[in-house]
Design a protein around this ligand. Structure first.
Ligand SMILES: N[C@@H](CCC(=O)N[C@@H](CS)C(=O)NCC(=O)O)C(=O)O
Length: 245
């Protein structure tokens, strides 16, 4: 997972070993993390090629037409992209450790919540990367978005949205919840009040203790250091790799 990020001019890696899927990813991309969580939760064999999004290899456009990560090379060599489409594909294709609810109506409701979470995702992106206007509207969008999930957990009365273990909805929103703490550093100090989001915070703690989540999780200090490099116009994608050298 920690291989260097390939840049413009790099050689295209040879195909994945037989029986393994290949994920094109970026260590700091929350959408890629979604797919990693699904692959790990379903215990699917895969390897990872990390892509430098600041200086993309030319060959990468043959894999992913918009040059975005994540993209997944499947068994027959086809490549699919868009995190939610990949996640659904993996759950449909590999039946072990099913993540979506078996009931089609509950699955549809969970998919609606995942779509609804996009409001939080888009606003958090602006706040954390310092792109566009940051103001009260942003705080409100995040607060309202999270309140929906706080109420939903209360209504479900379960440990996770998926019941007694994390399901698809838990995994699809987790990457941004992992980064929620740093909103206090880059955004509004008062945004995430424990009393307003008590259930969500307990859920977040439980998620952070799950082995599947721990495999790809990064601490807030690492997230902050990366975001500082991104904001400075020189994203240091290999910082974890370099740190362990
Ligand atoms: N809707 C896409 C979003 C993927 C996305 O925006 N990925 C970012 C990195 S986190 C990316 O590849 N950015 C490079 C670019 O836009 O050129 C998904 O869900 O997979």
């Amino acid at each position: 997972m920690n291989g260097p990020h390939l840049s413009r001019g790099s050689k295209q890696p040879s195909p994945p070993p037989k029986g393994k899927l290949r994920l094109y990813s970026n260590r700091f991309c929350p959408y890629s993390q979604r797919v990693i969580l699904v692959l790990d939760a379903k215990k699917i064999a895969y390897d990872v090629v990390n892509i430098n999004l600041y200086s993309k290899p030319d060959w990468y456009y043959d894999k992913s037409p918009y040059g975005k990560v994540p993209a997944l090379e499947v068994e027959n060599g086809d490549v699919i992209y868009e995190s939610l489409i990949i996640a659904d594909y993996l759950d449909d294709r590999y039946h072990a450790h099913q993540l979506h609810n078996k009931d089609p109506l509950q699955k549809a409701k969970d998919r609606l919540l995942i779509e609804q979470f996009n409001r939080v995702v888009n606003t958090m992106y602006r706040v954390l990367t310092n792109v566009g206007r940051i103001g009260l509207d942003d705080d409100e969008a995040i607060a309202n978005g999270l309140s929906t999930f706080e109420r939903e957990l209360a209504n479900r009365g379960s440990q996770f949205f998926g019941g007694n273990k994390p399901g698809m909805l838990d995994l699809m929103i987790w990457p941004w919840c992992e980064r929620a703490d740093i909103l206090k550093i880059f955004g509004n100090q008062n945004l995430l009040k424990k009393e307003k989001y008590a259930k969500l915070m307990d859920w977040s703690q439980r998620m952070s203790e799950e082995s599947v989540v721990r495999r790809s999780m990064m601490d807030s200090i690492t997230h902050v250091r990366y975001l500082q490099s991104y904001r400075a116009g020189m994203p240091d994608y290999d910082m974890i790799l370099n740190a362990s050298d």
